[in-house]
Design a protein around this ligand. Sequence first.
Ligand SMILES: [Zn+2]
Length: 293
Amino acid sequence: MIDLHIHTTYSDGADNLIEVLKKAEALKLEVISITDHDNCKAYRELNKINVKQYYSGKIIPGIEIKCSYQGRLIEVLGYKINTDKMQSWADEYYKDKTKEMLQQKYFDLTYENCVNNGLILPPKQEIAFDAKKDWASLTIYKELVKNEINKTKAEPDLLDDFNTFSKKYCGNKNHFLYIDKTKDYPDLQMVIDKIRESNGLVFMPHLFIYRWTENKKDFIDKLLKDYKVDGIECMHSEFSEEEISYLLELCDKRGYYKSGGSDYHGVNKPGVELAIGKGNLNIPREMIKNWED
Ligand SMILES: [Zn+2]
């Protein structure tokens, strides 16, 4: 059994690297890949420690990078990358795109969008907002609901709950609350190029999870037609049996490499366990034998 899609505390995972290694050892996983978002810092740590003390299997260097594709955000996996090269690029690319900088920008934009559209907010400097810790949309939402009059100023359900506010309105391209975040990320072609420049293989993860796609199979076809990738993540915690079969067959037909992973985040993604996902994931090493070395 293998797991090539794992997050640690170097991104939004709950377990630190050592904890992940120990869990992988306990499950006797033959091959793993740490695929933190937008960085390879786990590999810097791996280079400093005696890995075999915690985990005796094989580790394929990996990363998962968020990027823009047709006005939306999707993700790409890079495997067998030179993690130093990849990290040098990430250091440079993300240096002015820290969470703090982005959340401050989103806070300012959301504040303006609200005020310009008749919603009532206190003066900006009176709102407690720490861009390092807080989330812009949640902070503004909490301020908006404090003033009853805001419920009469826009859609009747706008302030019903945070999920409606953020998913139905902030995420809706045609709503005044929408912010285009795609420019804060590299585009798909740039990410593909950077993975290749780091001597890596380009894999497309969880192609069936993007809810905004009207027809998932058409979306997959178009993406694979327009971009040259090496492989596809065929097994993932969120996939149905039918989706797994579809992708395995697609790889066989078109000659893509196959991979699979749980997308483990520890307690930050409840219900998804290392390697077994929602309980029934069992990714065979056989699947990666034509590219793992
Ligand atoms: Zn992931």
